[in-house]
Design a protein around this ligand. Structure first.
Ligand code: KG4
Length: 343
């Protein structure tokens, strides 16, 4: 029997719904919220209001694109957290309503587990895309998290390293803001870093010294801020003149910090199946570095298609699919949680 799962994602500033049938993606609709751009970051109250407006049309479109009716959904998967509470509440409330109306089970999904399991979504245009073999290590880098995850099975994961302050995506976004670039700055820095002649060795920034496999990015942001303050005091046009070099050097530093720990973790756990996930895995410098390390250390590397790197409901639906197979259903008393520790 085929199993059709509807996934709902509303943890931050993207409202998304997706339909997955036996792991194959039938539709994945994402409504991004432009309203935050002028504030330089996500405004929680505006995000939850926009989710409230988007959720019904987004689900409707996902079902239509998949060519199914609500009655054909076997289970509904929804992000429980981590994320913005008001935003999560919209998706969770919708999922509960759908579950009651259609009499279908509901599965709660940890957003971060979703990012990791995005690797198991079968895309219609790439049906043979290789999937990581267990156990594998996943570098999970997004706007809110930077972690190294040891993945033993679909639903058996252990975080072996995590950021103790800012996430890698936050470092990109905050440094972009310091340079006067718009939000989210990660993709802009990536683009400028790739401009003709941009030199990744032009500037040196502070690198953290944190024990184990944990990360830290707030020192880099601060050193970047003070470096620019000094230079701009000498030459007010410094940022404009050196924008591409600044972006290339900053990106190279972030990538190096991420890769150092990943390489050490791969050695310590003796694992050569290495995946990357989350919004920052769209970064071209990081993708190149993972491929290069793969060649050097004999890793099999798994880099998701760009549409599965940023927040999307396909990854929520696939996680829900594995939970459905194990009959791990959520009760109607399930509540969203903002922090990972509570999941
Ligand atoms: O996974 P995601 O969509 O949202 C969270 O769950 O946090 O990640 C968003 C983050 C933002 O910080 C954004 O700047 C970053 O991913 N990002 C990038 C790139 N594309 C998105 N960072 C660097 N280079 C990129 N190409």
């Amino acid at each position: 029997m085929e199993i059709t799962i509807l996934g709902i994602e509303s943890s931050c500033d993207d409202t998304s719904a997706a339909v997955v049938r036996d792991g194959r993606l039938l539709s994945n609709v994402i409504a991004s919220q432009a309203v935050h751009a002028e504030y330089g970051g996500v405004v929680p109250e505006l995000a939850s209001r926009a989710h409230g407006q988007n959720i019904v049309p987004v689900v409707d479109l996902a079902l239509k694109r998949a060519g199914i009716t609500p009655a054909e959904v076997d289970g509904i998967a929804v992000t429980r957290g981590p994320g913005l509470l008001g935003s999560l509440l919209v998706g969770v409330s919708f999922a509960k309503g759908f579950s009651i109306a259609q009499n279908t089970p509901m599965m709660e999904v940890n957003h971060l587990q979703g990012h990791v399991l995005a690797h198991f979504v079968t895309l219609p245009e790439q049906p043979d895309r290789p999937k990581p073999r267990f156990p594998f290590l996943c570098l999970l880098v997004s706007g809110g998290n930077s972690q190294i995850v040891l993945v033993r099975d679909y639903l058996d994961m252990e975080i072996v390293g995590s950021t103790i302050d800012d996430a890698a995506g936050e470092a990109f976004d905050k440094c972009a803001k310091i340079m006067g670039l718009s939000y989210p700055g990660g993709p802009l820095i990536d683009r400028l870093a790739r401009s003709e002649g941009a030199d990744p060795h032009a500037f040196k920034f502070a690198k953290p010294s944190v024990p184990g496999f944990d990360y830290s990015f707030s020192g880099l942001k601060t050193s970047f801020l003070y470096f620019l303050r000094e230079r701009v005091a000498e030459d007010p046009e410094f940022i404009d003149k050196h924008q591409a070099d600044l972006c290339a050097s900053l990106q190279a530093t972030i990538v190096e910090i991420l890769m150092n720990k990943l390489i050490r973790a791969a050695k310590q756990y003796d694992i050569r199946e290495i995946a990357v996930a989350g919004g920052v895995s769209a970064n071209s410098g990081l993708r190149d570095a993972i491929r290069a390390a793969g060649q050097r250390f004999g890793w099999e590397t798994y880099i998701p298609p760009v549409e599965l790197t940023t927040d999307n409901a396909a990854m929520i639906a696939i996680t829900g699919y594995y939970k459905y197979l194990r009959e791990e259903f959520a009760g109607l008393d399930m509540t969203p949680v903002a922090k990972i520790g509570a999941l």
